[in-house]
Design a protein around this ligand. Structure first.
Ligand SMILES: [Fe+2]
Length: 375
């Protein structure tokens, strides 16, 4: 059953092929539903949709700088809360050394993204090594801990009361973007066997946001074998082979890596810039009306964003169009670059997110004015 009144019409001066061959002197804005999957219109504006001069009220573009958080903790339960809603909880965790306890998230699946550092991950299912750029999906209820070789920085993205799944690949075929066979799973290897002991261990369980502590007279990571399909999995962004077209700027939804019921996690990885003369070479202006958009900038040069460095987070709430910064037009249209080397994690949420006091404490207040053209 269709959810919307949806039928195509055209009026005035426009392009018949979205994102290509824009009428002279116009700026295309996508006005869409369902995060680039649903009904959509393209409006050809004579001014840039981001050229506001004054903004009052909370629904404005926001930017937060995690390099200024500066809090470190030996447990993920003291990670810094950044953004959340009823179905998603996004936290930032800096840590080092070995965790001296096990943790269980009973509130939902947890997605870890390793922004920096390396080390060993131990859980009910065995051992995995982790490095910068890894995603690790932890099924709800898993007991785990880490041992860092270096100081480490993580994003923790909880799918509250929910789980993660992989996106449908459709006509691209099941091996596109990344082959599911690339997903690593833990091994019951020598490192796992070496960490088993008969000492006292604490398990700290989070349920409804509250912590419970359970003591065992032995290490509960004592598994001799397992089988099944409810497992932690690991994927590094370097194993993602992005979909792109040399003739058409494909919407960000094609970069979806993991899905939960009320949000998606996408990964932007290095890719060539479009070469067709008529194709847009920078992201198009868009009103993604059903979602708030969060982006964490992991590494590289974020060519569509001025003044953004690795470790920053932007939030674009629903309700206004956003798009490339003035600097991106120079880069894209002059084809000064042949590719983008940015790596970023995007979380698009169907429900409005709340901003924590910690995030507001490291906010860059000038972000709302960052689209202003330099005179
Ligand atoms: Fe966006």
């Amino acid at each position: 059953m269709k959810k919307y009144i949806s039928f195509p019409r055209i009026e005035g001066k426009g392009s018949r092929q979205a994102h290509c061959d824009l009428p002279e002197g116009t700026f295309e804005r996508e006005f869409g539903r369902e995060g680039f999957f649903g009904p959509v219109s393209h409006l050809y504006h004579t001014h840039k949709p981001t050229n506001w001069v004054k903004w009052e009220g909370p629904t404005r573009p926001r930017a937060f700088d995690m390099t200024k958080i500066g809090a470190s903790s030996g447990t993920p339960w003291e990670a810094t809360p950044i953004l959340h809603n009823a179905s998603m909880r996004f936290r930032y965790w800096e840590t080092s050394g070995k965790m001296d306890h096990l943790v269980v998230n009973a509130d939902g699946d947890e997605l870890i993204f390793v922004h920096a550092g390396e080390g060993e991950f131990f859980c009910d299912f065995g051992h995995l090594s982790f490095h910068e750029g890894d995603y690790i999906v932890l099924p709800r209820g898993l007991k785990w801990r880490i041992e860092c070789k270096t100081s480490a920085k993580f994003l923790l993205i909880e799918a509250t009361n929910d789980g993660y799944r992989l996106p449908e690949k459709g006509m691209l075929g099941p091996q596109a973007i990344f082959d599911p066979a690339m997903l690593d799973v833990p091994a019951l290897d020598d490192a796992y066997k070496a960490q088993m002991d008969e000492k006292e261990w604490n398990v700290v369980i989070k349920r409804r946001g509250q912590l419970s502590h359970v003591t065992f007279p032995f290490n509960p990571l004592d598994v001799a074998g397992w089988h099944g399909d409810n497992l932690p999995v690991k994927l590094n962004w370097r194993h993602i082979r992005p979909v792109m077209s040399h003739r058409y700027h494909i919407p960000p939804s094609v970069h979806t890596t993991f899905l939960a019921g009320r949000f998606v996690v996408c990964t932007f990885v290095p890719r060539p810039i479009e070469t067709d003369p008529g194709a847009l070479k920078i992201p198009f202006f868009h009103s993604n009306n059903d979602f708030d958009e969060i982006i964490f900038y992991h590494m590289g040069n974020f060519f569509s964003r001025d003044n953004i460095h690795p470790g920053m987070i932007t939030l674009h709430p629903s309700g206004f169009a956003h798009g490339p910064h003035p600097g991106a037009f120079k880069v894209g249209e002059k084809a000064a670059r042949k590719e983008t080397d940015e790596v970023a994690v995007m979380i698009d949420t169907r429900d409005a997110v709340e901003i924590s006091d910690k995030a507001t404490g490291v906010e860059w207040g000038g972000y709302v004015d960052s689209w202003k053209e330099k005179k």
